[in-house]
Design a protein around this ligand. Sequence first.
Ligand code: ADP
Ligand code: MG
Length: 213
Amino acid sequence: MTGAMNGQDFVSMIRSIQRAIDAEQAELNTLDSALGDGDHGGALATAFADAADKVAALENPSPSSVLMATSQSLLNRMGGASGALYGTLFLRMSAALKDCAEVDVAGWSAAISAGLAGVQARGKSAPGDKTMVDALAPAATAFAAADTLSSAFAAAAAAAQEGAARTAGMVAKFGRAKFVGERAVGHVDAGARSIAVLFAALQRYWEDEHGKA
Ligand code: ADP
Ligand code: MG
């Protein structure tokens, strides 16, 4: 069984992401305080709390409609540079899965690659710029190489975590962190870390529902 997720699974998954972000919000704020304005965890937690409520109220949730409602919460409730970028990520994933009743590993891979492309187009950022892209790009690569959802979620979580850790060695080219210059070295980027939290939540969601790979 390579696995697939339907609309109701996506509703549960957004709740899992919301809980994980909530648990990590103080740490994400601390990371953002070193290089930015310290709001990243709180802003994400507010947006995902709104998203989890909105998707639970959808009448016939499809994977695409759940991701679309989530993108609206991120765009409307998060604000700032990363609200638009996180919103774009979920919007592009939603568009990639239009008309899919179930999403398997190939669908997930296509959606994450589309989301990554959207974030990079909107943010003008590339790997190495010390942003969320440094966690998202390796996660997309891990998804493209996997042949089951179970192995994909595990590999993507590990890749995002490693990608986020690598941002500690980088100087930022975007956001408030770019004004910090060389002093950014030694600090993990908050947006990269939140993407790692998100992929860890996806892995945990899958293992809770289906057991380990
Ligand atoms: P703000 O900077 O508006 O306070 P947040 O604190 O929520 O927004 O998010 C900051 C994060 O946004 C950064 O840690 C970085 O990962 C991400 N980010 C900022 N600008 C860009 C960009 N141009 N491309 C990709 N990611 C970006
Ligand atoms: Mg901030």
